[in-house]
Design a protein around this ligand. Structure first.
Ligand code: SAJ
Length: 418
């Protein structure tokens, strides 16, 4: 089995860059590839283009040691790790265009005998498809075949550099030998168990993990709507029910965000539309939650208008998709802030997001939106909407008292110290 000494990581995003950095830290020669010159420049300067705890230190160490380099073109290497986005189309079908482009970019570099790993979260069959794209570009390698594997990442944003090392990993190979080769590569930095299977099962395992979470969050979100109708505090209810030894209900929120849990279940629905009924329903329930939150804020705003005769000032606390990070991708909080600014156009919307320096494009050009410190937002608002339970907001519940509060995370409920 050929020893892997050099790896090209195609896609230097939230997964590709940490993976490149940790491989480099463990003595593998890594070359990162990205279509963005800005990302490539940042990495070559030993810096990172996004926030992830400890990542900057890893990258600067590896670049200084000469084990990590980057460019916009794909070089020859012993192994390739493809970590590019897999978005979906408007009809919720997976869009494999970036995987195909990555395959096209590395195909001319192959000499035969390399290992090509797909890490991107993908629908069942995507790794086989990637292999086909490579072989279509390189028919000379068809007879001998190429080793491919799917090794889904399962790291939690905010804990990536820890979980890359500690999480167990699933490795699905085109053959048992290909799986074994990929395992040996991941063993250089992963201390978790590395479990071997075929490519389709590995692809499906990743999708199933995130769907499991989505279904359970949907259960909590549905409970929150039911409890509102019935006049019951959903957070107290969940806390009580979770005392049962076999019950562990998750927390309701303003909807499900991020680039994984809100996306991956659709790949299963697309692959088995008639059978994936619960998985589809969970997606629909979670996707409907932002509208429900907006209706609550609009009702509160209407009450203020009735009482005072003027359009209310609304504070929207948090834009990130979950607490204590700066990631706004697929964030229900951002969607809600944008829609509120649009629908309450006579109101001022004071947005507070301590993890960003400026408003994102979707809000920046709106006349009635300002980015302000959280304390000021709460102080000036008639209606306070808590969208993300950032630590920074925990102590503001007292200042919001007496105002109309829509607390989508239960951060300020009595007894939580907020
Ligand atoms: N959320 C709730 N209630 C909860 C838990 C989460 O509303 O009780 C919301 C969050 O606010 C957020 C969304 O769900 O909007 C997703 O957040 P998350 O922390 O559950 O997950 P992600 O998207 O940051 O990361 C997930 C993880 N998958 C699982 O926990 C099964 C991570 O391990 C995966 O690596 C990652 O997706 C991925 O890349 O697929």
């Amino acid at each position: 089995m050929r020893e892997i000494q050099s790896v090209a990581v195609v896609g230097l995003g939230y997964i590709g860059l940490p993976t490149a950095a940790i491989l480099a830290e463990h003595g593998v020669r890594v070359h990162g590839v990205d279509v963005s010159q800005r990302t490539v420049d940042a990495v070559n300067a030993g810096t990172v283009p996004f926030v992830e705890p400890d990542l900057a230190e890893f990258v600067s160490r590896a670049v200084a040691a000469g084990t990590l380099t980057a460019s916009t073109t794909t070089p020859a290497a012993d192994a390739y790790i493809v970590a590019v986005p897999t978005p979906f189309t408007d009809g919720h079908a997976p869009d494999l265009r970036f995987i195909e482009a990555a395959a096209q970019s590395l195909a001319p570099r192959l000499r035969g005998g390399e290992l090509v790993i797909l890490e991107s979260t993908s629908p069942p069959g995507a790794t086989e498809h990637m292999a086909e794209v490579i072989l279509a570009a390189r028919p000379d390698l068809r007879e001998r075949g190429i080793d491919t594997a799917h090794c889904p990442e399962r790291v939690l944003p905010g804990r990536v550099m820890v979980e890359l090392v500690t999480n167990d990993r699933i490795v699905g190979g085109s053959t048992p030998e290909a799986a074994e080769r990929a395992k040996r590569l991941y063993e250089t930095f992963c201390r978790g168990e590395i479990l071997l299977t075929d490519r389709r099962t590995a692809e499906m395992a990743k999708l199933v993990e995130n769907s499991y979470r989505d279904v359970n969050i949907a259960f909590a979100n549905e409970l929150s709507v039911i409890c509102d109708e019935l006049g019951i505090d959903v957070w107290e209810l969940i806390e009580l029910a979770n005392h049962h030894p076999r019950v562990d209900i998750l927390q309701p929120g303003p909807g499900v965000g991020g680039h994984c849990i809100a996306v991956d279940p659709w790949f299963i629905v697309d692959a088995a539309p008639a059978s994936a009924r619960l998985i589809r329903a969970a997606r629909e329930i979670n996707d409907a939650k932002p509208r429900w939150v907006i209706d609550q804020v609009k009702a509160a705003a209407f009450d203020v208008l009735q009482d005072t005769g003027r359009p209310p000032v609304v504070a929207a606390l948090g834009l990130a998709f979950k607490p204590n990070i700066d990631d706004l991708r697929e964030s229900p909080a951002l969607t809600i802030a944008v829609d509120l600014a649009e629908q309450l156009h006579a109101s001022t919307v004071l947005v507070a997001e301590p993890h960003v320096d400026e408003l994102p494009a979707a809000l920046a050009d709106r006349e009635n939106v300002r980015l302000v410190p959280a304390e000021e937002a709460v102080d000036r608002a008639d209606v306070v909407l808590l969208l993300v339970d950032h630590h920074a907001f925990a102590g503001l519940g007292e200042a919001a008292r007496g105002k109309r509060v829509v607390d989508t995370r239960g951060q300020w409920r009595p007894g939580t110290g907020g």
